[in-house]
Design a protein around this ligand. Structure first.
Ligand code: PNS
Length: 213
């Protein structure tokens, strides 16, 4: 099912063994999005997609026309790469142009999108049907994130954080740290006790002074 010349983004180490693969053998799926920044809802969906598909490519849209993002594409890719390290069949990439063209280049058979609430449905339906019109072989698969994340969006996270609200438990600690750094020019003095991927630690914020480490 894989293309004979495997694009670099699909190359995986030999340790990507059957144990870490999803149930749908040979099915490559793309989870496209802005991920500005990645939230716990995104990660929840990535875990579900990783369990289902043989390979899941999380693809960050490079879109110069969109309103100025908070994080650069490279910063978002870096965060996603760190956060998805536990899932060996997940690859982080970025793309520009039409999603269906990108999917064709990678030999992907499915697109993964999350639906949180009815309000998402109309937009997602439009996109899925347009993508199907452009590329009938490409299936869009919708998954539901955990209910506790059903109200979450990157936009809300940015709004709340920029206005001084807490986003604890809604984004991974790593993202919370990056938000502090980006928005407040502050950083954690040391790693949160429970690590940046797991449950939040108890960060003490320090103002950045002089040269950064
Ligand atoms: O996280 P988002 O911003 O809701 O993701 C939207 C995304 C990236 C899936 C969508 O904007 C997209 O696919 N853009 C690529 C350009 C394209 O193919 N447009 C036609 C889609 S119908």
């Amino acid at each position: 099912m894989f293309a004979s010349r495997v694009p670099p983004v699909l190359e995986c180490s030999a340790t990507t063994a059957a144990a870490s693969r999803g149930a749908l053998k040979g099915v490559i799926a793309i989870y496209p999005g802005s991920f500005d920044p990645p939230t716990n809802g995104h990660l929840d969906l990535i875990e579900r997609g990783s369990n289902l598909f043989d390979k899941l490519i999380v693809a960050v849209l490079r879109n110069p026309e969109k309103e100025a993002p908070l994080f650069t594409v490279e910063e978002r890719r870096e965060m996603l790469a760190t956060l998805t390290r536990p899932w060996k069949n997940v690859v982080i990439d970025s793309f520009e142009g039409l999603l269906v063209d990108y999917a064709r280049r990678l030999g992907a058979q499915a697109l993964l999108r999350g639906i949180r609430a009815i309000s998402d449905y109309e937009y997602e339906l439009q996109m899925a049907l347009m993508n199907r019109k452009l590329q009938p072989q490409l299936e869009t698969v919708f998954m539901l994130p955990a209910e506790k994340y059903s109200y979450l969006s990157s936009r809300l996270i940015k709004d709340v954080f920029q206005l001084g609200g807490s986003v604890r438990g809604l984004v991974p600690p790593l993202v919370e740290q990056k938000l502090h750094f980006k928005v407040n020019g502050a950083r954690y003095p040391s790693k949160p006790k429970t690590g940046l991927l797991g449950a939040p630690g108890r960060p003490r914020l320090v103002k950045r002074t002089g040269k950064q480490a």
